[in-house]
Design a protein around this ligand. Structure first.
Ligand code: SF4
Length: 189
């Protein structure tokens, strides 16, 4: 094999190794790689989630700390918080959802463009928490499909980061989402 890296940072096309040989492959890996288009799209999707923070109670405050400099959600590419469903692809529901609020949450979810994902943060959003009452929705999965449930009251910032990383892994692996595929709106809104 002849020269590879040039002083100006470019690569020489001169390579005397036969195409397909180990030496030729090693040389070509210095400046090129192969992948599938689907993989590249997933890579982009999982590293550029734009969250819509739907905070209604104390979990919303806890979510703010995840966005702050100490825990820094930006490290995961998900710091661009948008309060417009048209510009978001990750709905983070953080707090108690009342029955009166449920149609609003459903409408916001439906306004988001595909592909979209949902994280339920804390026990109130996930199950109604300690509000065993007629006016509180006993889990947002009764109206919208949820990809990741984060336990806790409130969940720690580390738990939220873990939930985001789990979602990223699901996107990376192309994990099947039957809860989303089979989802139908419970009512018109
Ligand atoms: S889960 Fe706990 S911290 Fe979160 S909204 Fe409910 S009561 Fe507040």
């Amino acid at each position: 094999m002849s020269e590879t890296n040039q002083p100006n940072g470019s690569f020489s096309s001169a390579n005397s190794s036969p195409v397909g040989s180990q030496a030729h492959n090693d040389w070509s890996r210095q400046f090129a790689f192969t992948t599938k288009l689907e993989e590249v799209v997933r890579w982009g999707r999982r590293n550029s989630l734009w969250p819509l923070a739907y905070g209604t109670a104390c979990c919303g405050i806890e979510l703010m700390s995840v966005m702050g400099p100490k825990y820094d959600l930006a490290r995961f590419g998900a710091e661009v918080v948008r309060f417009s469903p048209r510009q978001s692809d990750l709905l983070i529901v953080a707090g108690t959802i009342t029955e009166k609020m449920a149609p609003i949450l459903l409408r916001i979810y439906r306004q988001m463009l595909e592909p979209k994902y949902v994280i339920s943060m804390g026990v109130c959003a996930s199950s109604g928490g300690f509000y065993r009452a007629y006016h509180v929705l006993q889990g947002i999965d009764r109206i919208i499909p949820v990809d990741v449930f984060i336990p806790g009251c409130p969940p720690t910032p580390e738990a939220v980061l873990d939930g985001v990383m789990l979602l990223q892994k699901m996107i990376k692996d192309g994990h099947p989402r039957p809860w989303k595929k089979n989802w139908r709106p419970p009512y018109e809104c």
